[in-house]
Design a protein around this ligand. Structure first.
Ligand code: ADP
Ligand code: ADP
Length: 226
């Protein structure tokens, strides 16, 4: 599958903001990396560069043996789950999940099989005809994950996916995300503010501050009291 490697990655935004100032680390194939740090420290920027949604000013991101800077969106083998779900409000759940595959030109019966398989895994089979506004927050987040897994990505990126959910649902979805990641064997990078999420999800914890990596290690090491 795919190891993700960042080598001296920098991002300078138009206007001169240095959001990421030379970050290097790797996530082994099938690993779960959580990025934490104060607001504005560059977590989202870093994630978006891995996703190819943001240009990389200098340095390199590789996924498996491919350099992200040099490949198009269709080859990236990445799926991203956002905090606000980013579902299309006018489309059914089915169409939301099928949309990306249709754009890639995947054959229709293959799309159908993948959407139904994802719906089964996420227990949203009964919701396929609904629109996003007819769903609860947790159901929307499942649809967002379904839309990600139908692409069979090698790498899963999460940008604070649970922060709009209530506490009880957050715990439940956290467990489900971890199970899903293990079952699919994907490599995950997960941005959060929540220390409990960071502790329970990660096998590699990266603490960022001011656009740089401040600490990196197992969660128990990083959160160990001095
Ligand atoms: P975090 O996700 O850790 O909150 P971000 O990656 O969103 O941090 O932001 C890092 C820095 O880059 C901040 O100073 C932010 O204001 C700045 N920034 C983010 N996006 C842009 C942009 N599109 N243009 C200019 N500056 C940006
Ligand atoms: P089109 O009208 O573009 O030919 P269809 O709506 O007939 O496409 O869909 C083709 C297949 O996709 C159907 O056989 C069905 O299994 C599946 N499908 C389409 N929409 C849904 C849906 N909302 N829920 C479940 N399956 C669907």
């Amino acid at each position: 599958m795919a190891q993700v490697t960042l080598t001296n990655v920098k991002k300078v935004y138009f206007g001169g903001v240095e959001a990421v100032k030379g970050v290097s680390f790797d996530i082994p194939d099938g690993g779960f990396c959580v990025l934490v740090g104060p607001s504005g420290c560059g977590k989202s920027t870093l994630l978006r560069m891995v996703a190819g949604l943001e240009t990389i000013s200098s340095g390199e991101v590789t996924i498996g043996n491919r350099v992200v800077n040099q490949i198009g969106p269709a080859e990236r083998d990445i799926a991203m789950v956002f905090q606000n779900y980013a579902l299309y409000p006018h489309m059914s759940v089915y169409d939301n999940m099928a949309y990306g595959l249709r754009n890639l030109g995947t054959p229709k019966d293959e799309i159908d099989a993948r959407v139904k398989e994802a719906a089964r895994i996420l227990a949203i089979e009964a919701l396929l005809e609904r629109r996003p506004k007819q769903l609860s927050g947790g159901q929307r987040q499942r649809v967002a994950m379904g839309r990600a897994i139908v692409r069979k990505p090698q790498v899963f990126l999460f940008d604070e996916p649970l922060s709009n959910l209530d506490a009880k649902l957050r715990v439940q979805m956290r467990v489900e995300i971890k199970k899903l990641q293990r079952a699919l064997g994907v490599t995950a990078i997960y941005v959060t503010h929540d220390q409990v999420e960071a502790m329970t999800l990660s096998d590699k914890l990266v603490v960022m501050n001011g656009g740089q990596v401040e600490q990196i290690g197992l969660p128990a090491e990083v959160y160990k009291k001095p």
